[in-house]
Design a binder for this molecule. Structure first.
Ligand code: SAH
Length: 261
């Protein structure tokens, strides 16, 4: 099957059969799983997935690739959604979706946030991303990788680093190393944010200047007394706060705004 890889769609196709087998083993597909693959491309993961499940949904933006897939797979086994995954309504497919994606790296962050809108419909996700992004997603406090992405995604998902994927596993060879991350929409183990927009604002402000204390970066939001009430040391930096600390701050602010009316 000939296809010239398109840069604008982030096309780097998996060619290393050993890595493909490891990814499939990590996904551990069961016959009744409802799997949705984002960006199937030339089918590196699609074909082995279909050896485990009877039917797959795929979301693919490239019309040439869609044509090839339509020619190769029976609609009984493969439902092809020819659309930008960023615009796709994943809730239309079911309630226990298992998402699999070798995601185009240029849209990985917006796509993860788009997918988090459908958390109630998602059982889990295995995503291939730039290794450096996965490192930031799973980072723990007090490390240099811990930041906005870690907090905002850890708030929504339990995440685990699964597998490193060397650049040579793809054609064409990308400039960066990749990794597979496993995401499970979080249970109620963490506090709930009353206002996710406010949480996002507070996290962005706190990390806007990583070297500064939260007394400084959050001065628009919190007074010395507020820090006392929250039981938070204002001399800390954002990287020292746990996800729940950010949630506590944003809920405190949310409540205060509520009390103004
Ligand atoms: N999963 C395949 C292909 C990876 S390349 C493999 O591992 O070999 C990334 C794939 O995502 C390509 O098929 C590309 O066309 C597709 N893609 C890029 N942007 C997309 C988008 N916004 N929505 C859906 N698919 C997209």
């Amino acid at each position: 099957m000939r296809h010239n890889p398109r840069k604008r769609f982030g096309q780097n196709f998996l060619i290393d059969q050993g890595i493909i087998a490891e990814i499939i083993a990590a996904i551990h597909p069961q016959q009744t799983d409802q799997i949705v693959e984002i960006g199937p491309g030339l089918g590196a993961l699609t074909l082995p997935l279909l050896q485990h499940v009877r039917h797959l949904d795929v979301v693919e933006i490239d019309r040439d690739i869609v044509k090839k897939l339509r020619a190769e797979y029976s609609p009984d086994h493969l439902t092809i959604h020819a659309i930008d995954a960023l615009k796709f309504d994943f809730s239309s497919l079911g309630n226990r979706l298992r998402i699999v994606g070798n995601l185009p790296y240029n849209i990985s962050t917006p796509l993860l946030f788009h997918l988090s809108l459908f958390a109630a419909h998602i059982h889990d996700m295995h995503c291939m991303l730039q290794k450096e992004v996965v490192d930031r997603m799973v980072a723990v406090p007090a490390t240099s990788q811990y930041g906005r992405l870690s907090v905002m995604l850890q708030y929504r998902f339990d995440m685990e680093y699964v597998l490193s994927v060397p650049a040579e596993s793809f054609h064409p060879i990308p400039k960066v190393e990749s990794a597979i991350v496993h995401l499970v929409p979080r249970s109620s183990a963490l506090m709930n944010a009353d206002d996710i927009g406010l949480l996002s604002q507070v996290v962005a402000a706190a990390f806007s200047q990583r070297r500064k204390t939260i007394r400084n970066t959050l001065q628009r939001y919190l007074t010395a007394d507020d820090f006392d009430t929250l039981g938070l040391n204002p001399g800390l930096r954002a990287e020292n706060l746990a996800v729940n600390d950010f949630v506590a701050i944003s809920n405190f602010l949310h409540q205060r705004i509520g009390n103004l009316y």
